[in-house]
Design a protein around this ligand. Structure first.
Ligand SMILES: *Cc1c(COP(=O)(O)O)cnc(C)c1O
Length: 341
C-alpha cells in the first residue's frame, strides 16, 4: 500500500512537522494531529473496499499513520460490537440506544486502540523505552503492546490504582512504579526523568498517534451503522482522546465523502463530580480548563485533573452543539448496577 500520511500539524498554530521524527508536543506546547492526503484517498478507494478486510482497527489503514513499509503492532484491537440496548434504552427513555462495547478489546479497554497506534509509530522510529503516566488501563495497554513489539515499558500509576491494573502491567513485563499522587504527578515524573532515562513519552495527546488509534471508534460506528452517524455520542471523559479522535474521524469522513456533511453527532462529555474540569470550563464558556484540585472519584479512569487537549475537547463539544455533565459517584455506582441488569 502507498501511504497517504503526509505530515503532522500543530493543533494551535497549524505549523507542520515531518512524519519521520519521534515527536511529542509542538513547539507551542500543543498536541500534533496526523494529516493525510484525503483527496488522494478519496480517489483511490471507496468505503465499499473495506468489506472483507481484517477485523481490527487497521482495516482503515489508508487513514492511519503508516509510512511506506511501516509494520503495525497489533493484537486485533478494535472493530468491537455495537450492541443494541433495547431494555436499557426503554428504561432510560432513549429509543435506539446503542453501546459500543470496548471491553472486548485486548487488555479490556479502548486504551488498546491508542497504544497500538502509539507503539506502532514509536517502534517504527527506533524508540526502545516507552514511558506512560496512567490511571490504570493505559498502563496495561502500553505494557502489552510494548511486549508485542519487543520494547521496554515504564508505567507510572497512583498508588491507590486498583491492583488488577498493576498486575496486568507487571505481567506483561512493564517496570511499574506507584506514585503518591494523581496521574498528573505521574506525568510530571515522566517529564522530569525521560531525558536522562532515554524514555519516549507516550502520555495522552503528548504524542500524535494514540488519538489516531482512538479515532477508529468514529470510523467503526459509521461503518457499523451503514454510514450514518448517531444523533448523539455520550463519552466518559478523562484525557479526552476518544472524544477528540471521534470528532476528527467525523471530519475526515465528511471530506472523504463517506458520510453526509452537516450530520455529525452532538458530543456529550460525562465526568465525575469529584473531577470535572471540562464540565466546569464548558459551563463557564472558557476555551481551556483550569486544573481540578483534590480530584477524587470511584471512576479511576476519569480521575484526570488536567488535560493537554482541553481546548480540543471544548471545541468539539461546542462545534457539535453538545454538552458536558458531571455525575456523582453514587449515580455512577447505581447506574452500573442498573446497566448490568
Ligand atoms: C481512559 C478511560 C476513559 C477516558 O478516556 P479518554 O479518551 O482518555 O478521555 C474512560 N473510561 C475508561 C474505562 C478508560 O480507561
Amino acid at each position: 500500500m502507498t501511504s497517504f500520511f503526509t505530515h503532522l500539524e500543530c493543533t494551535r498554530t497549524g505549523s507542520h512537522y515531518n512524519v519521520d521524527g519521534l515527536h511529542n508536543l509542538s513547539a507551542e506546547g500543543a498536541p500534533l494531529f496526523a494529516r493525510y492526503d484525503l483527496d488522494a484517498v478519496r480517489h483511490t478507494m471507496s468505503r465499499d473496499d473495506l468489506a472483507g478486510r481484517e477485523i481490527n482497527m487497521w482495516r482503515y489503514r489508508e487513514l492511519m499513520p503508516l509510512r511506506d513499509g511501516d509494520q503495525e503492532i497489533t493484537l486485533d484491537e478494535g472493530f468491537t460490537p455495537l450492541r443494541t440496548a433495547t431494555r436499557l434504552g426503554d428504561w432510560a427513555g432513549i429509543p435506539g440506544l446503542l453501546i459500543k462495547d470496548e471491553s472486548v478489546n485486548p487488555t479490556g479497554s479502548f486504551k488498546a486502540r491508542g497504544l497500538s497506534g502509539a507503539v506502532t509509530a514509536a517502534a517504527a522510529r527506533g524508540a526502545r523505552k516507552l514511558a506512560i503516566p496512567t490511571a490504570g488501563n493505559a498502563g496495561g495497554a502500553l505494557a502489552a503492546y510494548a511486549a508485542a513489539a519487543g520494547l521496554e515499558s515504564y508505567v507510572f500509576m497512583p498508588q491507590d490504582t486498583p491492583s488488577a491494573f498493576q498486575i496486568e502491567a507487571r505481567s506483561c513485563g512493564a517496570h511499574v512504579e506507584l506514585v503518591d499522587g494523581l496521574i498528573s504527578d505521574c506525568g510530571r515524573i515522566v517529564g522530569e526523568r525521560k531525558e536522562a532515562e532515554g524514555w519516549f513519552d507516550v502520555s495522552t495527546l503528548k504524542e500524535p498517534y494514540r488519538v489516531e488509534g482512538k479515532k477508529t471508534m468514529g470510523y467503526e460506528v459509521a461503518e457499523q451503522l451503514g454510514w450514518e452517524l448517531p444523533d448523539v455520542v455520550i463519552y466518559p471523559t478523562g484525557g479526552g482522546t476518544g472524544l477528540i479522535g471521534m470528532w476528527k474521524a467525523f471530519e475526515e469522513m465528511e471530506h472523504l465523502g463517506w458520510v453526509e456533511p452537516g450530520h455529525r453527532p452532538r458530543m456529550v462529555s460525562v465526568q465525575a463530580e469529584g473531577c470535572a474540569p471540562i464540565v466546569r470550563a464548558f459551563d463557564s464558556g472558557a476555551e481551556s480548563a483550569e486544573p481540578w484540585q483534590d480530584a477524587r472519584t470511584v471512576a479511576s479512569g476519569l480521575r484526570v485533573p488536567g488535560a493537554v487537549g482541553d481546548f480540543l475537547m471544548l471545541r468539539a463539544l461546542r462545534e457539535s452543539g453538545g454538552t458536558a455533565i458531571a455525575v456523582s459517584d453514587d449515580e455512577v455506582l447505581a447506574a452500573s448496577h442498573d446497566f448490568a441488569r
